[in-house]
Write a protein that binds this ligand. Structure first.
Ligand code: HEM
Length: 349
């Protein structure tokens, strides 16, 4: 052993055998297919968000008086500022899409069932935190839609029974959007929510590592072929390749469809059409269909049911006697979600 290696081994007493043991989890063959290994995609995109977010934070000035102008400067004058801002916006969109797709695959393969119920709940917290990051990020530019989007968000919170007024007050730092609101969104977007996401991802992956990935039976897999492959280097290589492909796609999207600037916020003029980001379309349409009180209560109920789904699923299967009950339920829910999203996307109001 060389002098440097001995120096390190004395200070970091971890043996090569222990590292091999830690990284060499055998992974079931189905994880060679990208749609089964989708969990790595949001993790990769989150790293892109952190890097591009830090670059943007160097120039962004989080106050109602300066935010819009600082984003305009990044977009129009800072060398490559438009590119990093566009990467940040596109990676946010793709990250939320990847989280939804990953959750969909976990759902339809029943990978949330015993003993992985807790990890499903941590996944739900990951979904809500990612959506929170999308919402607060959208509100930072101080465009018309940032201002009115945050105002609508505050009004939705106001409809939560008992604690609604307090929640709205905490979110907006007052009863209406004011000069303290934007710095509050910034702290949430750049510190509280990413920090929460890091902790949740670490616990999530730790539990995946402890349980191993759910074993799935495929009828077309020959019995004489190995059923597992090694995490390192095989799975790592797949993830790295995926990361490279994603970087090319992201870069192309950012260049072909760069992030634009809307008109600056004007509290005195309500825009004709207020639309949130696409991942809130279904919620927004639900709100328009049923009015704030029913919509908020029913959405709260749906989110609670999603958290508790592993147990609801168990009861559902026992009561109906159908092992595939959750699949039919999931297909109906997916159609409803896509239907509401497309509906909100195609109509003006
Ligand atoms: C930032 C968001 C997320 C990240 C980075 C992430 C990461 C991962 C990774 C790397 C895996 C290993 C297997 C795979 O790649 O599919 C995994 C598995 C899993 N994830 Fe996530 N995940 C996220 C969100 C979610 C959500 C929203 C849910 C569900 C509500 C969820 C539930 C699960 C479960 C139950 C497993 C175990 C799957 C199995 O055993 O086959 N995750 N996650």
């Amino acid at each position: 052993m060389g002098m440097i290696a001995r120096w390190i081994a004395e200070r970091v007493p971890v043996s090569a055998e222990q590292v091999r043991e830690l990284t060499n989890e055998p992974v079931p063959n189905h994880m060679k297919r990208w749609w089964f290994a989708l969990g790595g995609t949001p993790a990769y995109l989150f790293v892109v968000q952190i890097v591009t977010g830090i670059l943007l934070a160097i120039y962004f000035q989080p106050s109602t008086a300066t935010a819009y102008e600082s984003v305009r400067f990044i977009n129009e004058e800072l060398p490559y500022g438009w590119y990093f801002r566009s990467l940040h916006k596109w990676a946010a969109t793709l990250m939320i899409a990847a989280v939804i797709l990953h959750q969909t695959r976990v759902y339809f393969t029943g990978a949330y069932r015993r003993p992985r119920e807790l990890n499903w709940m941590i996944g739900m917290a990951l979904l809500l935190t990612s959506l929170g990051l999308g919402f607060t990020g959208y509100s930072l530019v101080f465009e018309q839609l940032s201002y009115w989007g945050a105002t609508v968000g505050g009004n939705i919170m106001d409809n939560v029974p008992l604690v609604g007024g307090t929640l709205k007050h905490y979110l907006l730092a007052g009863d209406v959007y004011n000069e303290k609101t934007l710095p509050r969104f910034y702290i949430l977007h750049a510190a509280v929510l990413p920090g929460t996401l890091v902790v949740l991802i670490v616990v999530h992956i730790m539990l995946v590592r402890l349980h191993g990935v759910t074993e799935l039976q495929f009828e077309d897999e020959p019995a004489d072929k190995p059923t597992h492959f090694s995490f390192y280097p095989d799975h790592m290589a797949t993830e790295l390749l995926l990361g490279l492909v994603l970087m090319v796609i992201l870069s192309a999207l950012a260049t072909i469809y760069p992030a634009m600037m809307g008109p600056p916020a004007d509290p005195l003029s309500t825009p004709d059409v207020i639309k949130p980001e696409w991942f809130f379309y279904a919620t927004f349409r639900w709100l328009k269909l049923f009015g704030p009180t029913f919509a908020v209560l029913s959405m709260g109920f749906i989110v609670c049911a999603m958290f508790l789904w592993p147990w609801i699923d168990r009861v559902l299967r026992r009561v109906t006697g159908m092992p595939e009950a959750s699949v039919y339920f999931g297909i109906a829910a997916a159609f409803a979600l896509i239907g509401l999203t497309v509906w909100e996307a195609v109509v003006a109001h």
